[in-house]
Design a protein around this ligand. Structure first.
Ligand code: ADP
Ligand code: MG
Length: 329
């Protein structure tokens, strides 16, 4: 009797293991397309887990959105030059980590980029380059060093009127990390949070293989030049090949160097692999701004972080410890 029960249990385990599949849902969150995939034994379980992830991402959106006038981030911005604003410790911590990345990148990454005057337009409407003076003036209010964090009182203060912060280059990654953590804590063994191409994975595919991500060359979108196994957690690509203006033969992209007011140039796509999506997200934007040489030099100094850069001539540059010879087309 006992033997039969054990045998039954073993059989059941065997059956359920075989029934594991990937369940997927696509929806719009934080103004972007999210694809959430979880590995589960049945659809109801998968659906309730995906619901949890969606609720978590929506919760974070309410905290960090610059569009929602009632978000804590908007309150900070509305009170620039007026008064410090009390926020959740979670938002304090996120801002604290953003400031660390600013130091690491010498200000190439800066959440106060949002204080810039929008003098560059990438919709074809710009006929001439803005004046040097206008460009310098446009970043006058930018400066992560000016952000005042009072950790004892949990307040954030932007000391100049018109100063703003925004999480456009880190928020999706942070939300993806939090959703992943929540699902892991719920016992979901494997999945992918894909925020418009910002990929955050855990566990393995039901067939036991690593998740793989295709890296495309923006110069030739139909052809992936590498299929990379994702074992380090997250991969984020920064860069929109379509958004740029050209003056005097130089192609200026839509990501602007917050230190100078000039759009970054030279790089058309920067892909960063990191243990967390937050870091990968922020560093992809940073590498874009820092350029090929400085970008790769900085990434090489960081443990467990790699990058692939494609320059505006279509050449591929990589950090020292990445192997992209996994072409499987
Ligand atoms: P995209 O998703 O357009 O390819 P990113 O993921 O790099 O680009 O994010 C760009 C967004 O990050 C911008 O829309 C803006 O909100 C914000 N941003 C731009 N430049 C910086 C910067 N230097 N530091 C921090 N955030 C930035
Ligand atoms: Mg980014």
């Amino acid at each position: 009797m006992k033997t039969t029960a054990t045998l039954m249990a073993l059989l059941l385990v065997g059956l359920t293991a075989q029934a594991q599949q990937v369940y997927n849902r696509t929806l719009k969150l934080m103004g972007s397309r999210f694809d959430i995939s979880v590995v589960a034994n049945d659809e109801p379980t998968a659906n309730s887990n995906i619901d949890l992830a969606v609720a978590e991402i929506s919760r974070i959106e309410k905290l960090i959105s610059s569009w929602d006038p009632n978000s804590q981030t908007s309150k900070i911005n509305q009170n620039a030059g007026i008064q410090p604003i009390k926020v959740d410790p979670e938002l304090m911590d996120l801002i604290g980590r953003a400031l660390v990345i600013s130091k690491l990148t010498d200000g190439a990454f800066d959440i106060s980029y949002a204080s810039m005057d929008r003098i560059w337009k990438f919709d074809g409407s710009m006929k001439e380059m803005p004046s040097e003076e206008a460009i310098t003036q446009s970043v006058a209010r930018v400066g992560y060093q000016k952000i005042v964090l009072d950790k004892a009182n949990n307040t954030v203060y932007l000391p100049e009127e018109g100063m703003r912060i925004g999480f456009g280059a880190i928020g999706k990654g942070y939300a993806a990390d939090k959703a992943k953590k929540l699902l892991q804590d719920k016992g979901v063994m494997a999945g992918i949070i894909n925020a418009s191409g910002d990929m955050n994975t855990w566990g393995k595919q039901p067939n036991g293989e690593d998740w793989k991500v295709a890296i495309t060359n923006p110069m030739n979108k139909d052809q992936a030049f590498a299929l990379v196994p994702l074992t380090k957690g997250a991969v984020v690509t920064s860069g929109d090949y379509e958004k740029y203006v050209t003056f005097n033969g130089i192609r200026y992209t839509h990501i602007i160097d917050p230190r100078t007011g000039y759009p970054a140039h030279g790089v058309i796509s920067a892909t960063v692999f990191a243990p967390s999506a937050e870091l990968a997200d922020a560093l992809a934007t940073s590498v874009f701004v820092m350029g090929i040489e400085v970008g790769i030099e900085r990434i090489n100094q960081l443990p467990n972080i790699e990058c692939i850069i494609i320059d505006d001539a279509g050449n591929v540059h990589t950090s020292d410890h990445i192997n992209i010879n996994q072409h499987e087309n």
